[in-house]
Write a protein that binds this ligand. Structure first.
Ligand SMILES: *Cc1c(COP(=O)(O)O)cnc(C)c1O
Length: 409
């Protein structure tokens, strides 16, 4: 399986429609906007059937015809399994709502769905001869970049805001990424990468500033449709930072409809942000197509602390076309939802995943999500990466064991 059958025809500027050749290294378009990969979908439709997928490994490379990698030898495999969809029945009964499903992305390599995007970006970088990559990150993307690049013998430079979760910083460095902490936000780190291109001769792997991370995140849409027997949920709640996953899934649904594997039904796409950093929500509420940079961004959900998103219009277009909306939740409600899901369902979400549950509760109450809708929440990373409150009790072995104390705790 050296040559993979691929159907890429070209790349296209997502803003102007200008066409760029495939099989060359690209960053943003000349208009400074993300490039999207385009495929010959008619040929793809003729080449494979849904049934062809059945005999393939339960990993996202089963969708290889929908992806741009041409040579199997450029694929790095770290265990890109299909992630489970977990029903949250107790919460569903308690809220008295339709089905709640949680797509648990925390089981992917490096513990987050950033592995999907970076597996693709690094495979394509390898295919196109890149030797050094750099990126700004709030943590998980840097970890995935470091892991895949180390495996691919590509050098990595990673720049994090100084309050990035400690585990993330250490795992990036431990997996071979040259790791730097800067006293600013992710967009400040992005500037270091952008301005350093000439002197450092690195390839900029920032969110949406290269075309292939979206293609990797697109596999979430392909996968959930296959898992739902080629259907889509009524509503998807997605914790939105740069929006790669939301844009990627939207692209997946359009491609699946074009080849006749799903019908015209689309989920209502809901972009969930934190009240302390909600540029997309503000733009949605104000009816604009672009978001203004958010000042003084802060939230416990670091993965969605993204003050500026280059793909803002792509997120907003998808949300509006789908008849969805953008919504902000407070850190307190994120914390509550985090704890509630762990205690009642035995599912340890990441704070960003908890934000989607907080948003669901809030919007069931407001009526923007109806009680009969099937809802899919995205848990984007393993909860084990994040600090948890200390709630245990101590025992002094120098004293008799006090079982009354233990029982009453
Ligand atoms: C990156 C990240 C997000 C945001 O994903 P985008 O697709 O870039 O919007 C959400 N949660 C976690 C845990 C992340 O690492």
């Amino acid at each position: 399986m050296e040559e993979i059958q691929t159907f890429v025809t070209h790349l296209e500027c997502s803003y102007t429609g200008k066409i760029y050749p495939a099989d060359q290294l690209h960053g943003l378009s000349e208009a400074g906007k993300p490039l999207l990969v385009k495929y010959d979908l008619d040929a793809l439709a003729k080449a494979i059937d849904k049934e062809d997928l059945e005999g393939r490994l339960p990993e996202f490379w089963r969708y290889r015809e929908f992806l741009p990698v041409r040579k199997a030898s450029n694929i790095i495999r770290l265990g890109e399994l299909m992630t489970p969809i977990l029903p949250a029945e107790k919460l569903q009964n308690e809220y008295g709502c339709g089905e709640i499903l949680i797509k648990d992305e925390g089981r992917l390599p490096t513990g987050s769905f950033k592995a999907r995007g970076l597996a693709l970006a690094v495979a394509m970088a390898k295919e196109l001869g890149v030797k050094r990559m750099a990126m700004p990150t709030n943590g998980n993307a840097g970890a995935a970049l470091a892991a895949y690049c180390s495996a691919a013998d590509i050098e990595t430079y990673v720049f994090c805001p100084e309050d990035t979760p400690k585990v993330n910083i250490e795992e990036i460095a431990f997996q071979g990424g040259k790791t730097f902490l800067a006293n600013g936000y992710i967009n400040d780190c992005g500037r270091i990468v952008g301005e350093g291109k000439e002197v450092m001769n690195w390839f900029d792997a920032s969110t949406l500033k290269e075309p292939y991370r979206i293609e990797g995140k697109k596999t979430m849409g392909l996968e959930l449709a296959e898992q739902l027997d080629w259907d889509v949920p009524d509503v998807i709640l997605y914790p939105t930072g740069g929006g790669t996953g939301l844009i990627g899934m939207w692209k997946a649904f359009n491609e699946l409809e074009a080849i006749g594997w799903i019908g015209p039904k689309r989920p209502r796409m809901v972009a969930v942000q934190a009240e302390g950093c909600a540029p997309i929500v503000k733009a949605f509420d104000e009816g604009t197509r672009h978001a203004e940079p958010w000042v003084d961004a802060h939230t416990i959900a670091s993965g969605i602390r993204v003050p500026v998103a280059v793909g803002d219009f792509l997120i907003l277009d998808a949300v509006r076309e789908s008849n969805g909306f953008a919504v902000a939740v407070s850190d307190e409600s994120i914390f509550e939802a985090h704890q509630e899901c762990a205690r009642k369902e035995g599912i340890l979400l990441c704070p960003e995943g908890a934000a989607t549950l907080a948003a669901l509760k809030q919007e069931l109450a407001s009526g923007r999500i109806k009680a009969d809708e099937q809802v899919m929440l995205f848990n984007c990373a393993t909860g084990l990466k994040y600090p948890m409150p200390s709630t245990h009790h101590k025992i002094d072995l120098g004293k008799p064991i006090d079982y009354d104390f233990i029982r009453d705790c």
